[in-house]
Structure formats: structure tokens, C-alpha cells
Write a protein that binds this ligand. Structure first.
Ligand code: CA
Length: 728
């Protein structure tokens, strides 16, 4: 028998479940994932979610021979905008499953890339307006012959893993009409239930997760992450009673308070615990949210929940009285480590706030926490697990420089842990922001509700109040920005791949990402001594796991921001990832991003030893500036007011202006005449809602729409004159 056949037979025998049933992940397979090194059963591969592949065919001795194997189309097929591909694929018995924007799902043959089925929930495009950071999906779940995917508009759907047809679906939202809930995070199966959270804290929602019977979709329990207004209803359970004690009498209940669960959850079958990371507050500004300064449980916390009854077993709060958009929603890794001579079952996380946490995952006890990037909001974490605040980052009375930023020292791009090197690999970022408070705050439906503003990075040390800022601010505030920036080291952005020793809580090495790589995506690590990471510039990069030496780089021409995976089919080891730029940075494409050079669309890409050169997408064609409508169309007084309205209502997506500031969304500063002619019917009438541009009639009057258009015509005249002047 050839070696290839031997491997195949072993793979079949090790399969516990029946390989003839597609997507047959079982509790046994979930528990003993290491017995099947060729599978990738969950987003983090097994319940440990360490994103560590035990496969060794690909290694530090031959990684330079890794090349393109196949690709499969993962376009979002809605409107003109391509959206971010943030999901990690799952590979079970030779089939690769992955979710995409809006909550679509695709199954392909993991050996050839041939599409087996595609599911499109046909989400109402106007839900795009409700998503803070693009209409992405960060993954699905495969279990018992079914694929579980959550749609942007709040449905949890069970699909037949063989055919992609709906088995059941359930509406997970409450207050659908008044609250901007969305779902971008993945569902997870925990034994008999499938659990899903939601997003929307920037707009003001009350976070919760819900457990559904995975066979029928019947609701079994719901766990809220923050209390509701006690004047309207008593606390739902003991955990909410305890949480309520940490909110003061002047709490702004109308704001929903946030705490949404939009990242990956974990299920530990040995301890029968579901681990859940909760998000930031609404509004961020704590003095507007709850002036008492109470802890505000369970914002920015890791929760351990019994999936059988939905009851809280323990919690660990990283940031009491959160005011910086810090979240505990980043991926968590379960590992067994020997610490101070004792074997410990740990949970590790590197959340936005810049500290690397190691918790005892049975009890929630903090084992250690140390900053993995520069941090100024806290000087450390004390022995009781509470952060030691410096006061430097409090922006209540004056603007303050804050490290890390709302983008985080690490965000949703998953980190990985290699059991052989003992290192965690973090796509890390050092960056400062200046935060300032809004003087007045009241929750407004249909609006972002943060009670604060922020300016990220790059404010120069010699900044003068007269210099242009990316938003309109009064000179006095600008002076205070300059003072805040001077008090800290450089606010500029440094991105790097960081190798972190979680026991010593020390950096082992870092690879700075230069202008060519741009931002790093999620991370895969393997027993072949490799760390593999995509970049926004459109490469797949392979490093030595022990030293960080770069071994190989493959140009694909499309940003890879999600995490790659590795699996084996018929004795061949593959590496696969979804590619496609998007997410929070879609409104402003950074100059080095692949999307500024090539057509940007969703692709599933696979690589193998001896593979070829990856095909590049067509080159992006620069967009001309059409001749603007005549000057009679606008009055300067309207344009000035329109500039402010545009900044407030439109720039969140349509901030791009000309070729110098590219955006994934249509550039409104260079609209064709035909679009100008129907401007109101788009902005107020919702004419393009199916493509993702919702009506704004709830927050803009016809006069507002006219003012915005006047501003855009003025700017288009400037751009048109510039482009005419530069023509040969
Ligand atoms: Ca947030």
C-alpha cells in the first residue's frame, strides 16, 4: 500500500463519525480533534481554538515551494460594493465551508475548489446602514451534518451540510424596528445548543446571546450581557441582579448600554463551559452613560456560561466602567500550560485594551496580565484582577491621548498558539488616538451613539491648531488636541506580527509590517515550525515560528485579512484562506492595500507544495471625474451646511474623495449626471436600498439632502478642474 493510501485509510478510521455524511462534526471529534490532524473542525480548528495545525508535510525546510493550488469565487453579488471577507474556513472530511458578507455561505471541494453549494439569505440591503464596520461575517459552525450561519439581519439558519438548503431558521432579534442590531459574529455549537450573539453597540443596543436547540431551532435560553431598565422589568436572573448593582441610579437605560458579543466564542467539552467575550459600552462616554462610575457589568468581560441552562458560572471584567470602545470580543485560546510548576487549564486573550490575559478557565481566576503593546490607560493589573488606572486617558474634562486606540492593540483578526514553540502569534498594532467628549448626549435612534469623538494616529508633535483636521473642530479643542498629543510618544501606527510568550508574559520577536505588507490578517501556525499570515497588500507570507524569519511570500493581488487554515485531502497538505478587502477600513482604503491596485472581490484561495503562481485579479481602472452639474445648481451657503451634514451622515461610508482618497463605496464627489438627477430618490427615497444604500429620510430633510448635494457639487467642480488641469 502506498503511503498516500495509508494516510487516507487512517483518516477514515480516525473519523469516528461517518465520513459519508457531510459536515459530521460530533462531540467526540470536537473533544479529540488532535486524532484527526488533517481536519479543521471549527474556526480555531478544535475546541482549543489555537489555530495550530499538527500537519508537518509543509515545514520550514520546504515552505519556499508553497504555491497556488486552486481558487473559488466568493463574490458578494449585491450592488457595486465588494465587502470584507473576514471569515475563517472550516474543513470537514474534504469539504471546505465558509461564510461571507451578509451571512452567505459556500461549500467547496477542498481538493479542487469546485463549488458544491452556495447559500444566499437575500438580506434586505438597507441593513448595510446598520453595520458599524461593513456587512461582514466572521464565520459559521459545522456540526452533525448541518451548517449554522447567522445573517446580518438577525436570522440564525441551519443548513443541510450536503446541499446548503435551509433546515430551520429563527429570528434572533428584539426591538428590530427601533434598534440597529446586526450579526457579524459566528454562531457556535455547544453540545446540544447553537449559540449566537450580535453587534450594534455603536448605535445603542442591549447585548445578549441566545441558545437554540441545534436540532429544531427552539429557543432554550437567552443571556443578556448588561441589565435592562429596572423600572420596566425585574432582572432576568441572578447574574443580572448582581450586574444591576454595578449601575448607578442615573444610568441612561434608553441607550441600550452595549456589551454586544460579536467575536468568536469557545466551547470546552471537558468543563462543559461556553466562553463568551463581551464588547464596549453605549455611549462610550461613561459620564453620559452612568455618572456613578460603577463597574458596569458585564461590559468588556469574559463570561463562562453553562450551555445546558444559560447560567453564568464566572466572569472576568477587563475594563470596569469602560469609556474607550475597548472590547473582550477578540479570539480566545484554550491551552494547558505549566505555570509556576503547576499545570493550569488556561484561557488566553489579547483584547483591544493592550493587555495579554491568562485566566484559569475553570474558575475565571486571573493568572497574569501584561501589556503586549504600549498602553497608557492603565499601568498594570493588580492581584485582584482590577486594572490600575493612570487617569491619563480620561477625556471627560479635556481631550486625552489614549493608547491603544479603538482599533485595538489587537482586533478581530485571530491570533494563534503553537504548542511546540509555546508562543502566541498576534497581529498587533501600536497606535494612539485623541478622544474628546460630546458636551451633550441623548440616544438617537438610527444614529451612532458614542457621546464622544476620536482622532486616530499621526497627529504631529508640532501640530498647530490652525492645521487641518479630519473633522471640523473649534480652535480651542484643536489646541487641547495638540497638548494631549505632546504628552505622549508618537501617535503614529506601527503594525507588526508579535510572538508572545504567554507564561513569561514577554515578547520573543516581532516582524514589523512595512509599506509593502500593510495590515496583517489573522494567523495560522503549524507543527512544521511555521506561522502563516495574509496581508492587506495581497500576499500570503510564511515565517519560521521559532524565529520570525520570513521564508516565503506569495502574491495573490487580493487582501487576505481573515485567518488561513491548513488541512489534508488524499495525503496532500493544503493552506487555504478567503481573500477580499473590507471591514472597518472599507470607507478609506489605505494606499498600500491591494484594493487600490486590483479589482477587489471575494476569492477562496488554496495553496500546496509544488503549486504554481497565483493568478492576479484585473487591474483597477481609475475612475474619471464626470463633468459636474452647473454652478446654478447650488448656493454656497447650502454647500457649507452640507459639508457638516456630509461629515455627520455620509462620510462613515462615503468619505473617499477622488483618486487620492479611495473608498470601496461609491465616491459621491464624482457622481455622473444621471445620479445627480435622482439624488433625492436615493438619499431619501431608498431607491438603491437593495444594493446596500438605505434611505436616510428618518434623519435627513429634503433641505438637508439638497445641502449635501450642493456640497458634493462644489467639491466635484474642484476635482473636475484639477483633473482637467493635469490632462496632457
Ligand atoms: Ca465597538
Amino acid at each position: 500500500m502506498s503511503r498516500r493510501h495509508a494516510v487516507l485509510v487512517v483518516a477514515l478510521l480516525a473519523g469516528c463519525g461517518s465520513p459519508s455524511v457531510p459536515g459530521n462534526v460530533t462531540l467526540d471529534r470536537w473533544r479529540s480533534g488532535d486524532a484527526e490532524p488533517g481536519q479543521w473542525l471549527g474556526l480555531g480548528r478544535t475546541y482549543r481554538a489555537d489555530r495550530f495545525s499538527p500537519l508537518v508535510a509543509l515545514s520550514d525546510t520546504n515552505a519556499n515551494r508553497l504555491g497556488f493550488a486552486w481558487e473559488s469565487d466568493a463574490r458578494s453579488r449585491r450592488g457595486r460594493v465588494e465587502h470584507g471577507q473576514e471569515a475563517t474556513p472550516i474543513v470537514v472530511d474534504g469539504v471546505l465551508y465558509v461564510s461571507g458578507p451578509w451571512g452567505t455561505a459556500i461549500a467547496v471541494d477542498a481538493k479542487t475548489g469546485r463549488q458544491i453549494w452556495r447559500y444566499d439569505p437575500e438580506v434586505d440591503g438597507s441593513y448595510g446602514r446598520r453595520a458599524c464596520c461593513d456587512v461582514v461575517s466572521r464565520g459559521l459552525s459545522v456540526w452533525g451534518g448541518r451548517v449554522y450561519v447567522a445573517t446580518l439581519d438577525g436570522w440564525l439558519v441551519a443548513l443541510d451540510a450536503a446541499t446548503g438548503t435551509e433546515v430551520w431558521k429563527v429570528d434572533t432579534f428584539e426591538d428590530r424596528d427601533t434598534r440597529f442590531y446586526t450579526i457579524t459574529g459566528p454562531p457556535i455549537v455547544a453540545k446540544d445548543v447553537v449559540v449566537v450573539g450580535n453587534s450594534g453597540a455603536e448605535f445603542g443596543v442591549r447585548g445578549y446571546i441566545t441558545g437554540y436547540d441545534r436540532a429544531t431551532g427552539a429557543r432554550k435560553w437567552r443571556f443578556y450581557t448588561v441589565p435592562g431598565d429596572p423600572a420596566k422589568a425585574p432582572p432576568e436572573n441572578d447574574a443580572m441582579k448582581r450586574a444591576l448593582e454595578t449601575w448607578g441610579p442615573k444610568t441612561d437605560w434608553a441607550s441600550g448600554l452595549g456589551g454586544t458579543v460579536w467575536g468568536e466564542m469557545n466551547y470546552d467539552p471537558e468543563l462543559n463551559l461556553l466562553y463568551v467575550g463581551t464588547g464596549n459600552s453605549t455611549p462610550y462616554a461613561g459620564w453620559h452613560r452612568d455618572p456613578s462610575g460603577g463597574d458596569n457589568l458585564y461590559l468588556v468581560s469574559i463570561l463562562a456560561i453553562n450551555p445546558d441552562d444559560g447560567q453564568l458560572r464566572w466572569h472576568y471584567q477587563q475594563v470596569p466602567w469602560e469609556i474607550w470602545d475597548y472590547t473582550a470580543t477578540m479570539n480566545m485560546i484554550l491551552a494547558d500550560l505549566t505555570i509556576d510548576g503547576r499545570p493550569r487549564q488556561v484561557l488566553m486573550q489579547a483584547p483591544k485594551n493592550g493587555f495579554f490575559y491568562v485566566l484559569d478557565r475553570a474558575t475565571g481566576e486571573l493568572i497574569s496580565a501584561k501589556p503586549y503593546v504600549y498602553v497608557n490607560w492603565a499601568s498594570g493589573v493588580d492581584s485582584t484582577g482590577r486594572p490600575i488606572l493612570t487617569g491619563k486617558a480620561n477625556y471627560r474634562d479635556r481631550p486625552a491621548a489614549v493608547f491603544p486606540t479603538q482599533a485595538g492593540g489587537h482586533n478581530w483578526q485571530p491570533m494563534a498558539f503553537n504548542r511546540q514553540t509555546g508562543l502566541v502569534y498576534i497581529p498587533a498594532r501600536e497606535q494612539g488616538m485623541i478622544m474628546f467628549t460630546e458636551r451633550e448626549y441623548r440616544w438617537l435612534p438610527g444614529d451612532v451613539n458614542m457621546g464622544s469623538g476620536a482622532i486616530f494616529g499621526d497627529l504631529p508633535k508640532d501640530f498647530k491648531p490652525s492645521q487641518e483636521l479630519p473633522m471640523q473642530v473649534p480652535p480651542e479643542l484643536a489646541r487641547q488636541f495638540a497638548d494631549a498629543a505632546r504628552a505622549e510618544p508618537s501617535m503614529a501606527t506601527r503594525e507588526f506580527l508579535l510572538a508572545w510568550d504567554p507564561i513569561a508574559q514577554r515578547e520573543r520577536w516581532r516582524v514589523p509590517l512595512g509599506a509593502t505588507e500593510m495590515m496583517g490578517g489573522g494567523v495560522l501556525t503549524t507543527a512544521g515550525n511555521l506561522v502563516i499570515q495574509g496581508t492587506a497588500a495581497g500576499q500570503l507570507v510564511v515565517y519560521r515560528a521559532d524565529t520570525g524569519e520570513k521564508l516565503h511570500e506569495i502574491d495573490v493581488g487580493t487582501a487576505i485579512i481573515g485567518a488561513p487554515v491548513s488541512y489534508e485531502v488524499d495525503g496532500v497538505q493544503y493552506v487555504a484562506a478567503v481573500a477580499g478587502f473590507g471591514g472597518a477600513l472599507n470607507p478609506a482604503l489605505a494606499p498600500g492595500t491591494a484594493a487600490t491596485r486590483y479589482a477587489n472581490y471575494g476569492r477562496i484561495l488554496a495553496f500546496a507544495l509544488g503549486g504554481g503562481v497565483a493568478p492576479l485579479p484585473p487591474k483597477r481602472t481609475p475612475q474619471p471625474v464626470p463633468e459636474p452639474p452647473p454652478a446654478e445648481w447650488y448656493r454656497e451657503t447650502e454647500a457649507a451646511r452640507g459639508a457638516g451634514l456630509f461629515a455627520q451622515r455620509c462620510a462613515r461610508c462615503h468619505g473617499g474623495r477622488g483618486e487620492a482618497q479611495l473608498s470601496a463605496y461609491p465616491d459621491l464627489h464624482r457622481l455622473p449626471a444621471a445620479t445627480h438627477a435622482i439624488f433625492d430618490s436615493i438619499v431619501l427615497g431608498g431607491k438603491l436600498a437593495p444594493s446596500g444604500m438605505a434611505s436616510f429620510a428618518d434623519v435627513l430633510t429634503p433641505a438637508d439632502s439638497r445641502a449635501i448635494q450642493a456640497y458634493l457639487i462644489r467639491e466635484q467642480r474642484v476635482l473636475f478642474a484639477e483633473s482637467a488641469a493635469t490632462k496632457p
